[in-house]
Design a protein around this ligand. Structure first.
Ligand SMILES: [Zn+2]
Length: 400
């Protein structure tokens, strides 16, 4: 296992852009071939480490295995066309898999050994060093661009948004639908960050996510669940049924698998667009945002599809909100989700609130309020309290 002794450099903030690629047929064949070769190299490097560890108790390092690559190219001339840095990254991936494995062993767990990858599960190539293994060309015309890859040349790319920052790595990947994308990770300088800053805002908001509505704001506004969430669920269920019924190895099954992949992709895209749009609006308007610290990972295992789609949306929503707020210089506070729906936002009284009860009626102070509105007010109050900015926010005079 390689030691992680990187020099203590100050880490600059990064951001990843995803752009669609349109390789020519020839380029696509070449990329497919590289993926196959990288997958083979991955499995070979993994095998070598496993044998060394099992038979001699020796841990090979990233450097050890990288040093072998030129020799591999002599034995296997078909590896030669793959850029050296791309192959080194394959070895790096094996290294990371082992580092994670040993990390779990040290935690006292008994993890499975890193596994071999099937060629169907190997779909990305990493190009490090901007200017060397990859370059970006933005053409005069709007949105048109080219990605230049070492030993492959110029690939058509659509820059649907302006790229800010200094590119560091590019990961070229094939989606299950057969489409190609590139993830460009950039480093942001202080100047880049300033460009993204928004005008300061004094407005604060508490956000309560729910199943009936996507989110409820303490300003008494609602972000509704888009109807396509439900429509897409139905389509996905239908496509999956078709796939499970198709005989193995048949053309029908191939087709059904593509439909499932396309449906998943469309769901992911629509969800992403919806969340991006809502997050942008929230961050543009509010200077302080309080949300629940939901452990979404635990919820995702719910067998109900509706629930799992909602969970995936929430986790993406929180991640994007935090990232976007940071860029824009906004403050996001995560509060403990316990009792946010059970507590009266006016007097602090607590009572049980089954999911079916949509209105909070406080027997102590007489407050009558929408369940989620009450929750969002508690979240805001807890968030402000956590930052020492204020205590409880008292809502409008309770109505009897
Ligand atoms: Zn009360």
């Amino acid at each position: 296992m390689s030691k992680q002794e990187q020099p203590a450099q100050e880490k600059k903030p990064t951001k990843t852009y995803q752009f669609r690629l349109y390789p020519t047929h020839k380029q696509e064949l070449l990329l497919e071939n590289w993926l196959l070769l990288c997958c083979e190299t991955y499995n070979a490097a993994l095998d070598e480490r496993k044998s060394a560890y099992r038979m001699a108790g020796v841990s090979l390092s990233y450097e050890d295995q990288c040093a072998e690559l030129p020799g591999c190219k002599q034995v296997r001339p078909d590896l030669a066309p793959v850029p050296a840095q791309v192959l080194q990254d394959v070895v790096k991936r094996v290294d990371l898999a082992f580092a994670a494995f040993f990390g779990r062993v040290e935690e006292g767990k008994t993890p499975g050994f890193p596994r071999f990858k099937s060629r169907f599960r190997y779909h990305s190539l990493t190009f490090k060093q901007f200017g060397n293994s990859f370059k970006l060309h933005v053409e005069g015309k709007k949105k048109r661009g080219k990605l230049e890859l070492a030993k492959l040349g110029l690939v058509k790319m659509v820059l649907h948004r302006k790229l800010i920052g200094t590119p560091k790595t590019a990961i070229v990947k094939r989606a299950p639908t057969g489409k190609w994308f590139v993830n460009v990770t950039v480093e942001l300088s202080v100047k880049d960050l300033q460009e993204k800053r928004l005008l300061p805002s004094d407005e604060a908001v508490g956000i309560d996510v729910g199943l009936k509505t996507f989110a409820y704001l303490s300003t008494e506004e609602e972000i509704a669940n888009p109807r396509f969430f439900r429509e897409d669920e139905v389509k996905l269920a239908r496509a999956q049924r078709k796939l499970s019924r198709a005989p193995k190895g048949s053309k029908e099954r191939d087709r059904a698998r593509k439909v499932v992949a396309r449906t998943h992709e469309r769901i992911a895209n629509r969800r992403k667009n919806f969340i991006e749009q809502e997050v942008n609006q929230l961050v543009a308007r509010f200077g302080f945002l309080a949300v629940e610290a939901l452990v979404v990972r635990n919820l995702v295992k719910n067998p109900k599809l509706a629930k799992s789609i909602a969970d995936a949306s929430w986790s993406m929503f929180f991640t994007r909100l935090v990232a976007k707020a940071e860029e824009a210089g906004r403050q996001v506070v995560k509060v403990n989700p316990a009792y946010t729906s059970q507590t009266c936002s006016a007097c602090g009284h607590r009572q049980s609130m089954p999911l079916s009860v949509r209105v909070y009626e406080c027997p102590q102070c007489g407050l009558v309020i929408h369940r989620d509105h009450n929750g969002s007010l508690n979240i805001l109050a807890d968030g402000l309290h956590a930052c020492g900015r204020a205590g409880r926010v008292i809502p409008k005079a309770p109505s009897l």
